[in-house]
Design a protein around this ligand. Sequence first.
Ligand SMILES: Cc1ncc(COP(=O)(O)O)c(C=O)c1O
Ligand SMILES: N[C@@H](CCOP(=O)(O)O)C(=O)O
Length: 551
Amino acid sequence: MATNGTEKNESPPDTTHTPSQRYLSTRGEDEGFSFEEVVLKGLASDGGLYIPEAIPKPTSWESWKDLSFPQLAYEILSLYISPSEIPADDLRAIIDRSYSTFRAPETTPLVHLHDNLYLLELFHGPTFAFKDVALQFLGNLFEYFLVRKNEGRTGRDRHHLTVVGATSGDTGSAAIYGLRGKKDVSVFILHPKGRVSPIQEAQMTTVLDANVHNLAVSGTFDDCQDIVKALFADKDANESLNLGAVNSINWARILAQIVYYFHSYFSLAKQSSSTFKIGDKVRFAVPTGNFGDILAGYFALRMGLPVDKLVISTNENDILDRFWKSGKYEKKVVRGPEAVGGLAVDGAMAHPDGVKETLSPAMDILVSSNFERLLWFLAYEFAESVGMDDYWNKKQASQEVAKWLKELKETGSFGPVYQDVLKAAKRDFESERVTDAQTIETIQDLYNKIGYILDPHSSVGVTAANRSIQRTGPGAVAHISLSTAHPAKFSGAVDQALRGLEGFDFEKKVLPAEFVGLEKRERRVTDVENDWAKVRELVKKQVEQELRGES
Ligand SMILES: Cc1ncc(COP(=O)(O)O)c(C=O)c1O
Ligand SMILES: N[C@@H](CCOP(=O)(O)O)C(=O)O
C-alpha cells in the first residue's frame, strides 16, 4: 500500500478505511498503511513513526460516560481500526481478553487525594505498571494477526515474529507477560545492566518460557533504544527476522492508552467528592520519559475531550522541560559522578550521551522517541496556517520532522523551532521538572496527609500537579495525576522517603503477594555488549534455533 517520493498517490480511493484508520510515517516516505501493517512493522522504513492520517473527533463522546473500560476501549479503538481488518466481534474479544487480567474491577481506578487532585491508578495489571494497559492488548493483537496469517501454514512456512524491545524496567516485564508462551513469537528485551530496580529485573528474568530472552546491555536505556532502532533500520535483520516492536514506537501502544484519559474523565464526573460535570475542563499531569503516555492524552484532547492542559512531568533528565521553555531540543551531557554511562579515570564523562541516574529510573531517558509524533502534528498545524492543500501540508510536516531529527542525530540538538510551533505546543502542554529531593518530599507529604504511598514516578506527576494547582488557583480546575507504577516496584526510593515514619512497614503495607519470593527464583539473562551488530547476530542465532525447534 505504501508510496514513495513526493508524487501524489493516484490509487483509487480506499472506501474500507476512514482517514483515521490509515497510517503514514512522520518522515514522509511511507503512507497509506493499514492498522495491521503498522502494528506488525512497528517502525517505518524511513525511521519515522506511524501516525493516523487524521484524528477522529466523535461528536457522541459524551454518550460513552457509563461504559465499562472494555466497552469504552472498543468505541475508541474502532475509530482507528477498520472492521474490514478486525471485525467488531473479534476486536471486542481481544479487548475483553486483554483487560480480564486486571485486578481492579474498574481496570484503571480513580482515587481522590485531596482538594481537586485525583490520582489515576494505572498499575492494576499483571506487572503492576501502566504499560500493561497497552501491552496486554498488543500481545493479544500480535497473536490474532499471526493466527490469521498462519492459517493452513506449517513448519518454516509459518510467519514468525521477532519482537525486540528496549526497557528501563517496565516495558520489558509488561511485554514479556503479554507475549510469554505465545506461538510464532520470539521476544528479546534489552535492559541497561544494573540500572533497573531489583524487582523489575526479577520480574523480567524469572520468566523462563522458551520464547523469552532477556539481554542485559552494558550501557544506558538510550543505548538499548538505539540498538533496537538500528535493528529496525537494518534491511537484512528486518526482512530475515520479521521484527516487531513493543516499545511505544508501536502505534498500538499509544492507541490503547487513549482509553484511560476518557475513562478517568468520566470517573471524575461520578466522584462524590467533586462538583465536576461532563463538559468541564480537566488537567492531566503525566510522569514523562519517552513521551508515549502523555501523547495518548494529546490524542484524547484532539478527539474532543475537554482537556485544559497536559502537564509534562520530567525528572532531572529534562530534555522536554527545556524544549517547552526554550523551543530547543537538546541532549544535555551530564558530567561528573552523577552521570551514568561510564566515567573516564579523571572523572570526566567518557560517554557523550550522559543521563542522570534518578530515583525515578524508568524516566532516565535522554531522547523521548514519541516526541517526534507530536512534532509532526505541530509542524502540520504550522503548514496548515500557511495554507496549502492537505496533501502538501502533510508532506511539509514530514519534511520538517525529518530535518529536525536528522539535525538531532548529527549534532545532538535542533531548534529553536519556529515561534508558532512552540506557541502551539504551549497551548496544549505545560511542563515541570522535578528533582529527587522534591520526589521524596511529595511521597512523604502525601503519606503524612492521607497515608497514601506513591511510587517515585507517580510522585513526579503529583509534584507537577501540585504546582499546576498553584498556578490555576485551588478549586479552579480539577487535576488528574497519572500513577504509572505500584510503589513496591521501587522499594529503594519508597523506603528512603518513608523509613521510620509512623505506621510504615514495606513488607506488610506495600509489598503485593505476587512479589514475595520473586527475587529468589531461577533466572535467565544474557549479558551483551553495547553493539547493535553483535545483538543482531545473537538474535538471529537464537531465532534460528527456535525455528529448528532446538530450544
Ligand atoms: C513507571 C513509569 N512512569 C513513567 C514512565 C514514562 O512514560 P513515557 O515513557 O510513556 O513517557 C515510564 C516509562 O516509560 C514508567 O515505567
Ligand atoms: N520507561 C520505559 C522506557 C521504554 O519506553 P516505551 O514506553 O517506549 O516502551 C520502560 O519502563 O521500559
